[in-house]
Design a protein around this ligand. Sequence first.
Ligand code: IVH
Length: 705
Amino acid sequence: MPGSKTRPKERLAELRDLIRHHDRCYYLNDRPEITDQEYDKLYAELVGIETQHPEWITPDSPSQRVAGEPAESFEKVPHRQPMLSLQNSYSIDDIGAFEERLRKELKDQAPATVEYFCEPKFDGLAIELVYEQGLLTRAITRGDGSVGEDVTQNVKTIRSVPLQIPEAPMLFEVRGEIVMLKEDFRRINEAQQEAGEVPFANPRNAAAGTIRQLDSKVAASRPLRLFTYAPGVIEGVRFESQYDFETTSGQWGLPTVGVAPKNESFEAFEARLNAALSNTSPSTGSLNLARICRGVDEATSYYSFIQSIRGRLPFDIDGVVIKVNRFRLQEDLGFVARSPRWATAAKFPPEQAQTVIESINIQVGRTGALTPVAVMRPVKVGGVTIANATLHNQSEIDRKDIRVGDTVIIQRAGDVIPEVVEVVANQRPPNSVPFVISDICPACGETAEKPENEVILRCVNPGCPAILRESLKHFVARRAMNIEGLGDKQIDALVAANLVKRPSDLYKLTAQDILGLERQGEKSATNLIESIQASRKTQLARVIYAMGIRFVGEATAKSLAKFYKTLDQFLDASEESLLQVPDIGEKVAHTILTALRGPYLKKELQRLVENGVEIEAIAQTAGGSQALAGRKFVITGTLPMGRDEVKDLVEANGGIVLSGVSKKTDFLLAGEEAGSKLQKATELGVAILDWNAFQKMLKGAPQTT
Ligand code: IVH
């Protein structure tokens, strides 16, 4: 093992420090010093040592970021000091009014120029982190301000949150906001939609939904960030100011938004940020967005400037928070009701508008999901005309009590997706009735079903024309069968003309058929036939993905293809074998099996082949040797290559890949986050390889194990 010159216990401590350091580089400074592979190697080495010596696992070890079993519920925990709210103001003039109130309260104690600490108001979910003796012991949601929920396990999965702060005093509570970066939000939502799941309405909902996940493995799979901005109870050290608190927090490795240097002029501050944000993916930690502003005028300029760059920030904000910088002054000012007198939230006017819902349409998706969509009188919001907004499902409609004819406030959430925020109650027309989604599919007239525990109605009629149209759009997509030139309009026309009743019918079309459609010239008809022809030679993964099975996105389709290799073997899949496919759990296995046993999928796949679709055999990885001849491997954890590629590599070199560890296993190849398999292998005395050792083995180096 690398670093084996040092004794394992010392090496373990060294690895903890190294990983912590690289986490900081990556997540706090956005400046990684090593490659992902190198990082994974360090991690695998750490897990390797911890598996041999579970008694050496410390609570701050990077391996402790994910818990084992999902929790049943979250424990309610009181805050030592209530988490209050801020007075909101919505106009730029309110900043002046805020200072007037301060001066009145302070009388002649007020300094000539009040120093404000200004920073963005993050649009996320407030959280409190509790460090005791330097160790992160709890993360508690705001809850009702007095009592929150213990979400420690999920917060620990956020890599930018230090599990340990060696410099922290005895008790150190710090508050902040959990957010999801806009870019991550888009990615997560794409995957969510691809899997036939309901997308999140905005990054805040995605973050809130993730942090309240009972299964911390799910939380770990969704990238969250945290920005800390306020002290809770602190014992053992005193900070002079908010500036002092935030710069020190940052130095201790807490993820703050960063503070501009005290001597940076306002012009330099603007120029620096404008430059940093012209970058397509600006870093989050090194923006140094917070700033000391002297007096109302500078605080007002800060507000205006941050508003102007709002859209270019990597995360959503909804205003700026202006805080009196000196803690002494804060104490003098105290609180009124449930908010401090020393701070104000200057909110940006939201990118909202009012309009009227003219009707609510029900869209039928590829998986049969019935989605209500509000059709509104077109209105401009933040420079974009909006006429439709998804209402998600019945429970969302009920929650907001949205009805046809209602005047509503809409906004663009997460910069892109329009959302109905609320109904303007006093403008509701008389005689309006609550909107109930009919369980009759609007496209085919069959009764839709709502599976238990789900909020979505689904049409389950395999002959539904809407499902067919959506399925065909998916089938021909670039990443599926890749039939170029077959657009939505042509698909609609083919379905309307009854020429295509299922995707396999596309392969029976002739140029004559297409010429018979409206507005089809000879040239485009031949082009289309040619691209259908060109798509016949394809790979198993594409075919599986193209079938649009629920939960089977591109990655899962690839795993299935790698595993089963031929269409026939996939068609014969059993539950046991499906569960052996990497990344397929019970829910997905069950869905695939139900689809395969149903009246449609198997037949349709067979029809594709009958109609001339040729599926290439899975290629063997080139350059294979017999270095691993007959050796049985189990692969676990995250490795520098994709799991499937590693599997290919093992097989191409004559090895055999098994799914579960047993006495018959020769080697366990263990990567990052290796869990129960690693434990079992150790118990059974199975040889454990890290990536390095595996590489050596491939090159034919003799194995000592
Ligand atoms: S300081 C006494 N700073 O706004 C409360 N709050 O309305 C001191 N928030 O629940 C809070 N960004 O979730 C502070 N930079 C920031 C903030 C911030 C967002 C949220 C926070 C709080 C709410 C108060």
